[in-house]
Design a protein around this ligand. Structure first.
Ligand SMILES: [Zn+2]
Ligand SMILES: [Zn+2]
Length: 83
């Protein structure tokens, strides 16, 4: 498992980097499942892990934001594809 901080290659079982001590295991913000630092989605619940949301921002509020943006984006993409 590669350290996201210093790129040191650690053993797969390592929970902390042997080189710099960075924690290599992340917890899913949604279900608490331990995931690798390079995982893009939680293997347990499918939550996207590519964006680190601030602790104050809940998943619900980000979904509401997406809701208000998505319809316009979809229309825009559709109109581009038909041209
Ligand atoms: Zn490291
Ligand atoms: Zn999860």
């Amino acid at each position: 498992m590669q350290c996201p901080q210093c790129q040191h290659e650690n053993s797969e079982a390592a929970k902390f980097c042997e080189e710099c001590g960075t924690k290599l295991i992340r917890a899913c913000p949604s279900c608490g499942q331990e995931v690798s630092p390079r995982a893009k989605f939680c293997p347990a619940c499918g939550t996207s892990l590519t964006r680190q949301l601030p602790a104050s921002q809940t998943l619900d509020s980000s979904l509401q934001t997406l809701d208000s943006v998505d319809p316009k984006l979809c229309l825009w993409l559709t109109s581009r594809q038909t041209k």
